[in-house]
Ligand binder design. Structure first.
Ligand SMILES: [Zn+2]
Length: 108
């Protein structure tokens, strides 16, 4: 049995495994460094598990289904929905675009 200088049991196999994991992690950091930096600058959400890096633009969290057309994009008579312009979703970060109302032809 091997012990280190403070008396902790030292298993060569465990040390090799730890070094291999550390090396793989550092290789992953080096491989994704440029992309991670770009994502960080863009303020994207970065989640990492081993060699898989997922990036998500937080602005997607601001998109919700249009309540007026129930995310179909179609309003009455098959026309595009006026609330979401036919996309079926509304961006909470952008103010709604209001079109000028149709003139009734009467008094102002
Ligand atoms: Zn809509």
């Amino acid at each position: 049995m091997q012990f280190d200088d403070i008396g902790v049991r030292n298993l060569p196999a465990a040390g090799l495994r730890t070094r291999a994991i550390t090396l793989m992690w550092k290789l992953g950091e080096a491989a994704f460094a440029e992309v991670d930096t770009f994502a960080w600058v863009q303020r994207w959400q970065i989640s990492r598990q081993w060699y898989v890096h997922n990036y998500r633009d937080r602005r997607f969290n601001a998109l919700i289904a249009c309540r007026l057309c129930t995310a179909t994009g179609r309003g009455n008579a098959g026309k595009p929905c006026g609330e979401c312009d036919g996309t079926g979703r509304v961006n909470l970060l952008e103010p709604p675009v209001r079109r000028p109302e149709q003139s009734s032809g009467g008094r102002p």
